[in-house]
Design a protein. Structure first.
Length: 155
C-alpha cells in the first residue's frame, strides 16, 4: 500500500525535484504558497514552497531507492530511525489550507503548550490541534512526524 513520506531536497531544488519525480511517474506533492517578493526595482507575486527543502511522495516501501536516485533529492525524513510517514489526513489538511488561500506561517518544532482540541466545524473540522492563543483566533496544527507546525489565522 502506498503511503506519504516527506523527503528532504537540496536547498532551492524543491520545484526541480518535484518535476523530476512527476516525470519518473512518482506521485508527489509540493505545497506552494503565493507570496509578494520585492527586488530593488520591482515587486512580483511568486510561488514559493510552503516547507523549505521538503516535499512529499506517495510510494511503496520498495520505491525508496527510486526516489533517492532523483537529482536534487537528499534523503527521507526519519523519525525514530525509520522514514517518517505522513497520514493522508495531514496531506489533505495542507492541501485545504493552500486552496483556501489562508495566511500560513511555518514554525520549526512542535508546540508543548496549550490544550489539545478537536475542531468541530469549518475547513479543519475533525482535526486535532493545540490552541496557542487565548482569543482562539489562531490555531496550531501539529505535524509531529514532520517536526513542523502550521499556524493558521482563523476568522
Amino acid at each position: 500500500m502506498k503511503e506519504w513520506y516527506p523527503i528532504y531536497t537540496k536547498s532551492r531544488f524543491e520545484k526541480s525535484v518535484y518535476s523530476n519525480l512527476i516525470r519518473a511517474g512518482i506521485e508527489s506533492y509540493l505545497p506552494l504558497q503565493l507570496t509578494m517578493r520585492q527586488w530593488s526595482d520591482r515587486k512580483k507575486w511568486v510561488e514559493i514552497p510552503l516547507f523549505n527543502s521538503y516535499l512529499f511522495v506517495k510510494i511503496l516501501k520498495t520505491d525508496f531507492q527510486k526516489v533517492l536516485n532523483i537529482r536534487g533529492t537528499s534523503s527521507f525524513l526519519n523519525f525514530n530511525g525509520r522514514p517518517a510517514k505522513i497520514a493522508n489526513q495531514e496531506i489533505d489538511i495542507i492541501k485545504k489550507l493552500i486552496n483556501c488561500k489562508s495566511n500560513i506561517e511555518i514554525k520549526n518544532g512542535t508546540s508543548s503548550i496549550g490544550e489539545l482540541i478537536t475542531i468541530q466545524e469549518g475547513l479543519l473540522a475533525g482535526y486535532q490541534g493545540k490552541i496557542i492563543k487565548s482569543d482562539k483566533k489562531r490555531v496550531i496544527i501539529e505535524l509531529v512526524e514532520f517536526n513542523k507546525s502550521i499556524i493558521v489565522n482563523i476568522d
